[in-house]
Design a protein around this ligand. Structure first.
Ligand code: SF4
Length: 324
């Protein structure tokens, strides 16, 4: 949970999560909606899905037995190097280094290494830590390194005056802390225009949401999404694009979101439209009040807010009515 999310946000969510899903069986068997509700606000839903996939693997493939080594943990779906190393060293006392951004910074400074953001640099750090990690308390060592990076060997204004590693630190000795490590190359952001489709049954004032089976936010429940050049395929349903837009970020996509309303006279959504939009069979039609509690992703909430603003304005209602 605390990857990419601050501890202040994580702690109450974690307490709630383990209270409602206290065992690996509970997590493996919980429904998507519960999982999303418990994860709401933490972002990066793929992590929640991976957590559940991992629990399913342990329950169904390993008969509920937890892996007993770093290598075994790596077999668990969604469990990468960092998580496997953290569990293996802290819970299983295995001598395997745990490398996060803080640890990379500390080692970069200790060895006055600048070349740390590529595979060779990463291997150098891994080799160094493998040599120095102690056999008796590898978990404590890993936590100490991470903590040192977070609190003393900070990105800016490191506290070298109280650092226990000052005597060994080459960057300190050579006065090159500022460039160790150099700034991480920025990921190039891709600008993407995304259309949020709101199916609106005007007579009952209900809206449809369903599980998105593909594309952006796949496997989450919300409004169907489509990209600009596929929008024309929906022409025969006369989508009405509302004015206004919102911005959002998903992974390396910088998204501009727009709303298209499609009015329907029944709760049936054409099978071809459903296929085109990669929507699951089950759609939930809800009134606005119920819906606002069901929208779990920030993107859906922003889209819904925009829809609310416009459908409460008379002129848009008239336009939508003409569209029928
Ligand atoms: S001496 Fe300074 S730069 Fe070196 S490890 Fe300690 S805090 Fe980091």
């Amino acid at each position: 949970m605390s990857q990419q999310t601050t501890l202040a946000v994580v702690l109450p969510k974690f307490a709630q999560f383990v209270q409602q899903l206290p065992t690996v069986d509970d997590l493996a068997n919980c429904d998507e909606e519960t999982l999303h509700r418990l994860w709401a606000g933490l972002g990066y839903y793929a992590r929640a899905r991976n957590l559940k996939k991992g629990a399913e693997f342990i329950v169904n493939r390993l008969n509920g037995r937890f892996p007993q080594s770093y290598r075994e943990w790596l077999q668990i779906p969604g469990c990468g190097d960092y998580t496997a190393a953290a569990i293996a060293s802290i819970c299983l006392n295995e001598k395997v280094p745990c490398i996060d951004g803080n640890v990379i910074r500390v080692v970069s400074r200790l060895l006055a290494l600048q070349d740390v953001w590529n595979t060779a640099g990463r291997s150098r750090i891994q080799d160094y830590l493998t040599q120095v990690i102690p056999s008796d308390r590898p978990g404590d060592f890993n936590q100490a390194m991470m903590e040192l990076g977070a609190t003393i060997c900070r990105k800016t204004k490191p506290r070298c005056d109280i650092c226990p590693l000052q005597m060994q630190c080459l960057a300190y000795a050579n006065n090159c802390i500022e460039i160790c490590p150099p700034k991480k190359p920025r990921r190039v952001l891709v600008d993407t225009e995304l259309f949020v489709l709101i199916f609106w049954h005007r007579q009952t004032d209900t809206l449809a949401i369903g599980e998105r089976t593909d594309g952006f936010l796949a496997k989450t429940i919300g409004f169907p999404l489509t990209i600009a050049h596929q929008l024309s395929k929906l022409d025969r349903w006369q989508p009405l694009q509302l004015p206004g837009k919102f911005t959002h970020a998903i992974a390396h996509h910088r998204i501009t979101g727009r709303i298209c309303v499609i009015q329907l006279n029944s709760n049936d959504i054409d099978i071809s439209m459903r296929q085109h939009l990669a929507l699951s069979k089950t759609l939930h039609w809800m009134n606005r009040l119920d819906l606002s509690a069901k929208l779990l992703t920030a993107l859906d909430r922003k889209a819904f807010q925009l829809f609310q603003n416009y459908t409460y304005s008379d002129s848009i209602c008239e336009q939508l009515a003409l569209n029928l």
